[in-house]
Design a protein around this ligand. Structure first.
Ligand code: SF4
Length: 279
């Protein structure tokens, strides 16, 4: 097993930018402070997680601390041995690449030795990065020996209208994303190995800034560090992100240094001029 184990959120971070993952693991000093907005997001996520447990009532929860992965894996095995059919926060570890996953809900398919993986999100639709998140979780559980029937995403049903206490059965809807998850397994296999290699390096990976720095739904945590050489008003404020990345690779990020023909005209030119005058 590699020394550098990665979780699902670290996998998604590394998939978007290996340098962001390297910073996360090796440069704690660069980590942004948790602001009120981020904390509120965590709190909402926790509340949604609690409600989701009521959707699938009668389960048992793995309560080991987040750092105690080995203990959480053992607790999950014990619950299964004891015949539990619904396990919240069930945890598995990949036997080779050391990736680990703590799935929101692991649910036995009735009367069989197969399981469904269910991940809860506080959004109303399945996003692309949710598919990457679940693809990594499937990769871990499957390689840890679990027979997985389906991968389901549990999202908020936006047609739900609250009347009195929240009704978890009406609040959530389940979306079967198994096809997308299975289709991504080749990529997960390759990327998980590469990220393990990146984390073993003493030096941060050489990766340029670009469109990747704005991964949905939030921009990268390390913008302040990687972008300190970029003016407040740059090609990234004027062009679409992929185009800005292409232009900055060829001509740099400073608008005033762009050659004729690249420098925008019309309203954008006026914006650039007024910004130059005000600074
Ligand atoms: S700011 Fe951009 S280059 Fe720097 S770590 Fe984040 S995504 Fe990677």
């Amino acid at each position: 097993m590699t020394q550098h184990t990665i979780s699902k959120s670290q996998y998604v971070k590394g998939l978007q930018c290996p340098k962001a993952l390297w910073f996360y693991r090796h440069r704690k000093d660069l980590a942004p402070e948790i602001d009120a907005e981020t904390q509120a997001r965590f709190d909402t996520g926790n509340e949604i997680g609690e409600l989701a447990m009521h959707y699938f009532d009668g389960g048992v929860e793995v309560t080991n601390e987040y750092w105690d992965v080995k203990g959480a894996v053992e607790a999950t095995h014990k619950f299964i041995k004891d015949g539990c059919d619904i396990i919240y926060e069930a945890t598995a570890m990949h036997p080779v690449d050391g990736g680990y996953s703590r799935i929101d809900i692991l649910k036995r398919v009735e009367g069989s030795d197969e399981w469904d993986l269910i991940e809860v999100k506080s959004s109303t639709s399945v996003k692309d990065y949710h598919l990457d998140d679940m693809a990594f979780q499937y990769h871990v559980f499957y390689n840890a020996g679990y027979k997985i029937r389906k991968c389901l995403m549990m999202v908020i049903d936006n047609s739900y209208v609250r009347d009195g206490d929240i009704d978890p059965q009406a609040l959530f809807r389940l979306e079967d994303i198994s096809g997308e998850v299975f289709a991504r397994q080749g990529e997960v296999e390759a990327v998980a190995g590469q990220l393990g290699y990146v984390l073993e390096q003493k030096k941060e990976p050489e990766i340029s800034i670009g469109a990747r720095c704005f991964p949905p739904p939030f921009e990268c945590d390390y913008r302040a560090h990687c972008w300190k050489h970029v003016p407040d008003y740059s090609v990234y404020n004027v062009f679409q992100k992929p185009k800005a990345e292409d232009i900055s690779r060829k001509h740099g990020v400073a608008l005033e240094k762009l050659p004729d023909g690249i420098r925008p005209g019309g309203v954008k030119a006026l914006d650039i001029e007024s910004y130059s005058y005000s600074n």
